[in-house]
Ligand binder design. Sequence first.
Ligand code: ADP
Ligand code: ASP
Ligand code: MG
Length: 811
Amino acid sequence: MKVLKFGGTSVGSVKSIRCLKKIVEKEAKHQPVVVVVSALGGITDKLIETSRLARRGDGRYRSEFDAMVMRHHRMIDTIITDPKKREDLFRTVDSLFEQLKSIYFGVYLIRDLSEKTQDAILSYGERLSSSIVAELIKNAKLFDAMSFIKTTRKNGSHVLDSELTGRLVREAFEEMPRISVVPGFIGRDNVTDEITNLGRGGSDYTAAIIAAALDAEVLEIWTDVDGFMTADPRVIPSAYTINELSYIEAMELCNFGAKVIYPPTIYPVCVKNIPIRVKNTFNSYHSGTIIKKSVENDSKPIKGISSINDTTLITVTGLSMVGVIGVNRRIFTALAENGISVFMVSQASSENSTSIGVKDSDADAAVNVLNNEFCKEIETGAMFPMHAESGLATIAIVGENMKHTPGIAGKLFGTLGRSGISVIACAQGASETNISFVVEKEFLRKSLNVLHDSFFLSEYNVLNLFICGVGTVGSKLIEQIKAQHDELKQNRRLKLNVVGIASSHNAIFNRDGIDLDNYRKQLKESETSNLAMLRNEILGMNIFNSVFVDCTASKDVASLYKVFIENNISVIAANKIAASSDYNSYISLKQTALARGVKFRFETNVGAGLPIIGTINDLRNSGDKILKIEAVLSGTLNFIFNELSDDVPFSETVRRAKEQGYSEPDPRIDLSGTDVVRKLVILTREAGYKIEKEDVEKRLFVPEEYFNGSINDFWERLPLLDSDFERRRKELENEGKRWRFVARMENGKTDVSLQAVGKEHPFYNLEGSNNIVMLTTERYKEYPMLIQGYGAGASVTAAGVFANIMSVANI
Ligand code: ADP
Ligand code: ASP
Ligand code: MG
């Protein structure tokens, strides 16, 4: 025979209950089946809420009650078509509701809700659902679980009286019907005969108890997911079904919060070596998960990750504990006697402190119990009063093969460390099937994500991108990401997930990835955003492997890098402001990034997509020294000097540079060398020298007074320079030379100036708005290294940003 348990999720709706019927009737063709059912999904919670309203004397309990009645009635109306059967069922169900109504009324009148009354109220959920299922399935016999599931009182809670229950179950099923239906969860006290239950989620346990008592061939847990998964699928969407688990692994995962099976369920079937199969009511063809004694041919060291929210860590500490035998015994005995369960213990070998993890709801009681237990020691000062830290979460990684695989703990803590998650306490039992650790609650989701990614999804890496700025570079970058997405996923095992996009006024976020086909529309429809909101949203998402990509030129946006890097978010900047700001800020960003294990990259700050900064870094990392840099770094200025001819005067070239989009909107920024100075400062710093913008000597070709005053004055006066330029240009032409605006660094000393270069010089033939950089190093001395190409343009800049993104992924 088989025991099939259907959870609330599988009896919650008309669709699910029809699936249940099909599954049961099909199984019953092959062998007798015992069907254990939960209350309709959500009803147990409703029963509790309603009783609390009644206890407070809140008359709204009536409408809540009516809603529950309605829900059951509607279900019956839809699924039971035979009028006679329907009438019988209505009679049964309504008489249960009559009783329940009276109990609620009593609670309401006397404003009292004892544990006994609460338990009686809770029993109606399963009594109602089992009556419906028994009527729905042909030839099914309904059993009263309360007549054979017996509990006993221990340390203030109800626990199973397993011996008595086992015997009573065997008696009840002496004659085994083809299909039996049993309400899960509920039972009676073995002494007082009061209605009790097996704890929330206890229907699983009822099913296991019956399976064990009757030596079932298998216990099947039918739920709403395809099986036991590598992590909670509501938190980790990429979690997947585990084919096989050992009892021990399942027990560890359930104890640490994997809600799919109620933890006590596993023990009774494990003792009898009865396998558990977890299956999906809505997808019965999926083979689900099998849980059994041992799992063969399984090389995965980690099977699953689970977690417990709401953890409080209580630290018992004091000098008297060192070497004293019996402190731990007293801690655990005192807690156990008060019905407080401890799910994690961590003690350092110095033995002067023990930390124990309990549920937040048990924290106050646990502190009191322990303070009482050790009151004498506390009074004499040998021990300190208990210290409780709440707002934490516990995570466990589980797998029996861990014990054969070195480096799991290293991988675990390394992954957490790189993501900026600090571990507050940790424990690994000598059985080595579980490593558990405590983190701040706000890091729970992120911890689960990074660990799941690193232990289970190593098939591909995920980078989560926040893109700020959707001007020419930002929008090109988004286009390129969209175009490369599939290719990178397939061939590079890299998934680029754009989780945030911000324009200057709006921002959109989606941790599952923004649809890049219509992000502009979404941006337009989104609420307006500002810098503080952007910052808070990004930090609040607290998402793993994330990168902030700045495609703006904004000083304000650059001011956010620090906090992002401090929170383990890599920063890729097309924006030059941060890298060229004061040296201390620049170096502190770089050092923080290094300390945090994240990247701060700004390759496109100089020469757009040309690999200049990366090359300088590579040279230095391999032990080379940058001695000299000579470069044409302004596309605008190069354009201007290439355009200059006998029929195009200087003022006209400046005008063309602006009209054709080469120059800044105010071309004085280019002509004053400001932009080139910034770039030279960045290169010099990357070459290993300490420098500020003010240190760069500027020898300009436009007189100082042109940079003061309004832009209109500037345009008006500019032609006054034409004749002088033309005269000098002619001289130059006769000498066979050309002008280049050159940025130079030699042993840390820097200047920018207009230089006349002859045909033999590598800068002579620099076309259009191109850039060139000549690096003289200890290794490239006689023949310096040259890097040359487009130094501006949205596509190449976006591609440079893209390359930086890839460097974060280490690809
Ligand atoms: P039922 O009503 O069938 O008893 P539960 O809600 O008690 O269902 O348990 C099933 C739910 O457990 C799933 O819907 C899933 O969201 C959650 N869950 C948490 N951790 C896991 C896990 N590791 N594997 C599968 N499901 C999990
Ligand atoms: N109905 C009970 C609960 O919600 C028992 C169960 O579903 O397993 O806790
Ligand atoms: Mg359940």
